[in-house]
Design a protein around this ligand. Structure first.
Ligand code: UD1
Length: 348
């Protein structure tokens, strides 16, 4: 296959970054990955290399340090686009350490924009955004489309996503050499079918699926379902769970759109990346039990402060414009998450 050029991936050894590198290689791109292992481990690189049977060019560095970040552009002058995942992402932590979040998440993006220009003369950036920018959607806006209002952020983490989108919006308007696409992810879950890479939360998982798989593996005693008295059919919150490998493929579609010289679309575009289907916490839990046939102790508990009641995507813009859509059935996704957990824990 003819090589399609080199894509810089920041946050390369993180959950979504690692899966995206695999898809980039599968699609015929060269990559260079960077990460400072703040929330990931060097062993992820070995696992990616096992999947793709290739050495992955990689530099350990902190994107919020411009002098450091510069090295990747000096060593790889052939970068044609960047996918920017590197960011802090713990919602609770962001409330107690807002400045850390603003400094790291905003500075990294600003550095990427400036270095794209000073080192390459142009920039094509895919930015990792989140449905968190919508806050609690008004019920009449569900499924939610990109034109729905961005609401007051409920955490500094969410605010950094909104602010980074704003930075890209204003910068693409001002600088003729810059183009960008923000992908607003819904809830990414699951792991690569090889079970070599997956989500690896540090400490007690805050997200639902890692907590489920750890409970099924006996690492946690019981899953608590936060609230069963919401205004939803079964009383539990509703989300749009998107398979991480499907999500990874959306980044390739976005890169292709950005580097397509015949594309005269807006210089900054936003796409929802979700399935379009809402699933309640209870439905997801019951599906997991049925699909994996494992025991999963769970009980209902108080609502979690700050939780959105229900949100799911209208992904039609991504379907039509990017030619991308979610493909993987929820059963296969949950099995992939379970297979990954079993591999990590050494369970047969
Ligand atoms: C959370 C973040 C969001 C971030 C996303 C990344 C908050 C408020 N939002 O989304 O900003 O982009 O992760 O993936 O933290 N649940 C339980 N028991 C658990 C864990 C979760 O019942 O032990 C429920 C939650 O109440 C929620 C659903 O499962 O209804 C999904 O939770 P989670 O995986 O944490 O994702 P979000 O809250 O949607």
């Amino acid at each position: 296959m003819k090589n399609k050029g080199r894509v810089l991936v920041t946050g390369a050894t993180g959950y979504i970054g690692s899966h995206t590198i695999v898809e980039l290689i599968n699609a015929g791109y060269d990559v260079v990955g960077v990460d400072n292992f703040h929330n990931s481990s060097p062993s992820v690189l070995d696992s990616i290399e096992k999947i793709v049977h290739k050495t992955i060019p990689f530099i350990c560095l902190d994107c919020s340090n411009k002098e450091d970040f510069e090295r990747v552009f000096d060593q790889y002058p052939d970068i044609i686009a960047a996918i920017h995942f590197a960011a802090y992402k713990a919602v609770g932590e962001s409330v107690s350490k807002p400045i850390d979040y603003f400094r790291n998440n905003l500075q990294s993006l600003i550095n990427l924009i400036e270095l794209s220009y000073s080192k390459c003369g142009k920039g094509a950036i895919v930015f990792s955004s989140s449905c968190t920018v919508y806050g609690e959607p008004d019920p009449e806006n569900l499924p939610i489309s990109e034109s729905a209002p961005v609401k007051e952020a409920t955490s500094p983490y969410g605010r950094t996503k909104q602010m980074c989108e704003d930075i890209l919006k204003d910068s693409t308007k001002a600088y003729p050499w810059l183009k960008a696409i923000a992908l607003r992810y819904f809830n990414p879950i699951g792991a690569h079918p090889s079970a070599l890479i997956g989500e690896m939360p540090s400490g007690v998982p805050q997200n639902l699926v890692p907590f489920i798989t750890q409970t099924a593996a006996g690492v946690r005693q019981e899953l608590k379902i936060w609230g069963n008295d919401y205004d939803t059919p079964d009383g539990t919150c509703i989300r749009d769970y998107i398979y991480v490998c499907d999500l990874a493929k959306a980044h390739i579609a976005a890169v292709e759109r950005l580097i397509d010289e015949n594309n005269s679309a807006d210089k900054f575009e936003i796409f929802n990346i979700g399935t379009g289907k809402g699933l309640s916490v209870l439905e997801l839990v019951q599906n997991f039990i049925k699909t994996t046939a494992v025991t999963l102790p769970y009980s209902f508990a108080q609502r979690r402060p700050g939780d959105v009641v229900k949100v799911w995507a209208d992904p039609s813009k991504a379907n039509e414009v990017l030619g991308w859509s979610a493909q993987t059935p929820i059963e296969d996704i949950l099995l992939s998450a379970w297979n990954w957990e079993k591999k990590v824990r050494g369970i047969q």
